[in-house]
Design a protein around this ligand. Structure first.
Ligand SMILES: NC(=O)c1ccc[n+]([C@@H]2O[C@H](COP(=O)([O-])OP(=O)(O)OC[C@H]3O[C@@H](n4cnc5c(N)ncnc54)[C@H](O)[C@@H]3O)[C@@H](O)[C@H]2O)c1
Length: 288
């Protein structure tokens, strides 16, 4: 693999597992040193478990095995002050910051979750992205690149909200629409400073967020306690391409391109990695 990112430092949130870990390893393989941030605790309204400190340590071990430097921070993207401190001290250790991947997220789906799940989803999935950019801001120079993780849920015409998803699902959709808008508007403001801002919008990705009890219930509403085996045949329904989900590495490929110099004039892009999911939604008049 070419080392397109040699000498660069990348900040990645939600880096303990899933897509965040995959991005950390991909960017490290391309030559970048890594600041890996994760909450490493559960959030009450979010039924499935989030990452733990061992997951974050494992990401760090894997980055080091690739011969790159890594600094980890247990921090909550909802807490702007703590995040700024975490990023400042990590940047001081690694000597700069060139790349920001605002990826941390929760998806507290379910008709029976409490209404505050709306606010919690927005706090992590939208405010967390803004906080991450804020924490990075003082360190970014011309040539820097920001990528925020949205979702097909943020681009569905008419929104992704339906009663089955509950308030947390509505908050998730609201947040991801906000991410798309934030990226568009911030890209315009930062373009004169040669700092690029792009979004990736995945369809289902094979991570702990997808492989979870609340998600299985969304895909198999006909069953009371669906398992992974029950949900697997239902996952492909939203993707015109014949797959139920993409792998984290498929999203990392998009992120690696967006932060590389090969994308040096690409900014404000809403890059769908969705196996055609949004094509189907726009042709059929959009679910939800
Ligand atoms: N998995 C999917 O199907 C899918 C689809 C579209 C978009 N996404 C988005 O992709 C991103 C990555 O999710 P994933 O699929 O890797 O799921 P994941 O649950 O495996 O990873 C999310 C990570 O974010 C961390 N995190 C959660 N809240 C945090 C907080 N407040 N502060 C810091 N870290 C926090 C978790 O501990 C976890 O390590 C999310 O933004 C998600 O919304 C996922």
């Amino acid at each position: 693999m070419s080392e397109r990112l040699t000498g660069k430092v990348a900040l990645i949130t939600g880096a303990a597992r899933g897509q965040g870990r995959s991005h950390a390893l991909r960017l490290a393989r391309e030559g970048a040193d890594i600041i890996a941030v994760d909450l490493c605790e559960n959030i009450e309204v979010n039924e499935y478990p989030l990452a733990n400190p061992e997951d974050l340590a494992e990401t760090a071990r894997l980055v080091k095995d690739l011969g790159r430097r890594v600094v980890t921070r247990q921090a909550d993207v909802r807490e702007r002050g703590a995040l700024i401190e975490a990023v400042d001290t990590a940047v001081a250790e690694l000597g700069g910051l060139d790349i920001v991947v605002a990826n941390a997220g929760i998806c507290p789906l379910g008709a029976n979750v409490p209404p505050r799940a709306f606010v919690d989803a927005v706090s992590v999935d939208l405010v967390g992205v803004i906080n991450t950019v804020d924490a990075a801001f003082a360190h970014l120079r011309a040539g820097a690149a920001i990528v925020a993780t949205g979702s097909v849920a943020g681009l569905l015409p008419g929104g992704a909200d339906n009663p089955q998803n509950g308030p947390g699902g509505a908050g998730y959709g609201h947040a991801k629409r906000g991410v798309a808008r934030f990226v568009h508007d911030l890209a315009l403001q930062l373009a004169p400073h040669s700092i690029r801002v792009n979004a990736v919008h995945p369809t289902n990705v094979n991570t702990g967020m997808l492989q979870s009890a609340p998600m299985y219930r969304i895909f198999r509403p006909d069953l009371e306690n669906p398992t992974r085996e029950d949900a697997e045949p239902a996952f492909p329904a939203m993707n015109p391409m014949p797959v139920g989900y993409v792998e984290p590495s498929d999203i990392s490929d998009a992120v690696a391109f967006l932060v590389s110099d090969e994308a040096r004039y690409v900014t404000g892009l809403q890059l769908k990695v969705d196996a055609g999911a949004l094509l189907a939604a726009t042709t059929s008049g959009a679910p939800g």
